[in-house]
Design a protein around this ligand. Structure first.
Ligand SMILES: [Zn+2]
Length: 138
């Protein structure tokens, strides 16, 4: 389970039964899951996918820093993984990406090579949302 804690960031959404209906077992969809570079060694991709299946996940939006983590899981479990692209190649990009123009090249290369359902998760604050890199990503 400790491995699962490393793998899953935080948010697991459990679908609630519709009002007026008796409680029923509904599919679990994780909308916020990361598989970043520092998780690959302690939780290899095959083990990560095993954890997802054992948890009963039907689908999961997964992103990673860098994107290779997402691609590793998608290759093993396209029936579960919904790829999401984030603008980070490593954890330290969280605080620097908005001023790093190489991020745009990175995103363009990934978008040309793979398909994604979304871009994120990323962090941007206040007026930084108007910076050229952020606007370029959008
Ligand atoms: Zn996150």
């Amino acid at each position: 389970m400790r491995a699962a804690l490393i793998l899953t960031a935080a948010l697991t959404i459990l679908a609630a039964p519709a009002p007026g209906h008796a409680a029923e077992i509904l599919p679990v969809f994780d909308a916020h899951l990361h598989y970043s570079h520092d998780a690959w060694a302690p939780v290899p991709p095959e083990r990560a996918v095993q954890i997802l299946r054992q948890a009963g996940l039907k689908r999961a939006m997964i992103s990673s820093s860098d994107d290779e983590g997402t691609q590793k899981l998608y290759a093993l479990a396209p029936d579960i993984v919904i790829p999401v692209l984030r603008p980070y190649r490593k954890r330290s990009d969280v605080s620097t990406w908005v001023r790093d123009e190489t991020v745009l090249t990175y995103l363009s290369e990934r978008l040309a090579k793979y398909r994604y359902a979304a871009i994120g998760e990323f962090h941007v604050y206040g007026a930084d949302a108007d910076l050229p890199v952020v606007r370029g990503m959008v």
